[in-house]
Structure formats: C-alpha cells, structure tokens
Ligand binder design. Structure first.
Ligand code: NDP
Length: 280
C-alpha cells in the first residue's frame, strides 16, 4: 500500500506542483502570509512510516499532512496530540517543533469553520452523518465538541458505525445513535445532513441509497466530496428544495488551519480558494 506525505519545505523535492493541486492551494496560503515556503508531495509506503517521520524531522521540515493509510498509523509516533485528535484516533497534520512531533486533525475543524462562514453554528444542532470512515469520525468529534446536541451515524458496516456513535456518546456531552444503512434508509429529522462517504466521488456517479422523501426543505445538506464539487447527491437534494453546501470550504479551511499551525500566521482563505479553483 502507498501513502502520501505532504510536506511544506523550502526545498524543491518531490512531485511537480502541477501534479499536486493541494500544493498550489497550500503555497497560496504561505504566500498570503509573506512566506515563499514550498509544499511537496512524497509517496511513502506503509512500512516506511517511522523512517519517513524520522527523515522529515532530521531534514528540518516545519510540518506535514498525512493521507491514508498513515492517518491512524502515525498516532503512536507523536510526542503530543490535540484533544480532538486523541478522541478521533487519527491525524492529518503534524507540526514539528524543537524536534518533537505534534499531531492534529484539521478535517473536522475545517468542516465547522466552513459552515460558520455560511452563518451556521453547531450549537444545539441535530446532525446526521452518512459514513463512519476517517472524515466522518473527524466531523462527528468536532461537531460534538462544538455544541451539537444529537448525532446520528448511518453506516453500511455496522461495527464501525456503532463504535463511532458509542465514542461520541461516551466521551462528549452530545447524544449519539447508530443506524444501520439498509436499502433506502430513512433520514431522521435533523438540521444538517452530511455525506461523508465516497459515493459520488469521481468517476462514481451513483447516489447514496436513502429515502429521498425524508429530506425536508429545512435541512442543510453538505457533501464533503470535492471532486466533483457539485456531486450527483447535491444536485438531487437541491432539486428537492434543501439548502446545499459542497466540500470546498472544508478543504480550504482544513488546509488553512495547517498553514497556521506551521507558520503561526493566519493565511488568507480566499487566496487558497482561488488557487484551488484555478486548477479545477
Ligand atoms: P474512508 O475510506 O475512511 O471512509 C469511507 C466511508 O464511506 C465509509 O464509512 C464507507 O462505509 C462509506 N462507503 C463507501 N462506499 C459506500 C457505499 N457504496 N455505500 C455505503 N457506504 C459507503 O474515507 P474518508 O472518510 O477518508 O473520506 C470519505 C470522503 O470524504 C471521500 O470522498 C473524501 O474525498 C472526502 N473528504 C473530503 C475532505 C474535504 O476537505 N472536503 C477531507 C477528507 C475526506 P463502510 O464503513 O461500510 O466501508
């Protein structure tokens, strides 16, 4: 299995930037705070994780992002974890300071900031999440910590979905339940519905198998998939009259938070969004 390290550096290693669209977004973030840092992509096999981490520490990098399969596997190598990363049990960002590695998960935080940008706070919200993978886990924990009152996890694989609902119910003040995903599953009454599955991710054009009659016009429906941004799911629920949001803001803000962790400066999310759009 292969995994990617995404490493900001002042050097010029790795894949060229045109093969690394998230690199263009992150470098726009660095530029917006007056830094000419580079963001490079490296493939590291699962078995090379520890050596990879030691390597980037030795080379003096400021930090890195991680993708599957390293998000969970890297946790034991951290010298410290944020509160939510410890709860989630996975990290997507590492900050390196004085030779020590600190793990953070910015996915769920990026999701929350993206909604806040649209004037939607988590406080008192009832949220339904399709999926129980890494992204669903990060979003669930951050929503619960940010004041959501009820989370419903709907997942195909029962053990994974049940484990996530139990984690939220036990470790946060938010109520949580698991619903097993069966054919045309009914969406319970809620304020926010999130598709955190891969269904509709390019080149897949299928729709989540849910009861579309249970979607009501007061729901905010977010798909976190960014490729394409306007997924078949969003197109369908838009036609039903629900308010829809795509996954771009989450992507921009999870990156902006990482840039801030590494540089200590708040990047301009608009510059990062523009860089992303120029490539799509
Ligand atoms: P994972 O592989 O960890 O989880 C995938 C989830 O999708 C699992 O719960 C899986 O269910 C479910 N799933 C996949 N196919 C089906 C199907 N046919 N029917 C029902 N359920 C299905 O992936 P991630 O959580 O890392 O990513 C999920 C999506 O989120 C991806 O599309 C990714 O691109 C997007 N993403 C977007 C981000 C952003 O910033 N906008 C950030 C991170 C991710 P099961 O447990 O049964 O296998």
């Amino acid at each position: 299995m292969k995994g990617c390290f995404r490493i900001p550096t002042t050097g010029a290693f790795g894949d060229p930037i045109d093969e690394n669209p998230s690199g263009a977004m992150m470098e726009a973030g660095f530029k917006s705070v007056g830094l000419d840092w580079r963001y490079q992509l490296f493939r590291v096999p699962a078995v090379g994780l520890q050596e990879g981490l030691n390597g980037i520490r030795a080379m003096g990098f400021s930090g890195l992002n991680l993708t599957i399969p390293h998000k969970i596997a890297a946790v034991p190598y951290m010298d410290g974890l944020s509160e939510s990363a410890a709860l989630i049990g996975a990290i997507n960002t590492i900050m390196i300071k004085d030779g020590k590695l600190y793990g953070e998960n910015t996915d769920g935080k990026g999701f929350i900031i993206g909604l806040r940008e649209k004037g939607i706070s988590m406080s008192g919200k009832r949220i339904v999440i399709l999926g129980a993978g890494g992204a669903a886990r990060a979003i669930s924990v951050e929503c619960a910590l940010a004041g959501a009152v009820q989370l419903t996890i709907i997942n195909r694989t029962e053990a994974k979905g049940r484990e996530l609902a139990e984690l939220i119910a036990k470790k946060t003040s938010c109520a949580a339940e698991f619903v097993h995903w069966t054919e045309k599953v009914r969406i319970p009454s809620c304020d926010i519905l999130v598709n955190a599955t891969n269904i509709g991710l390019y080149p897949d054009e299928s729709l989540p198998d849910i009861d579309y009659e249970s979607i009501d016009q007061n729901m905010v429906v977010q798909d976190i998939i960014t490729n394409p941004a306007y997924t078949p799911f969003l197109q369908k629920v838009n036609r039903l009259g629900a308010h829809t949001l795509d996954g771009q803001s989450m992507l921009v803000y999870q990156g902006a938070l990482a840039v801030e962790l590494w540089t200590g400066k708040k990047p301009d999310p608009e510059a990062m969004r523009k860089a992303l759009k120029m490539l799509s």
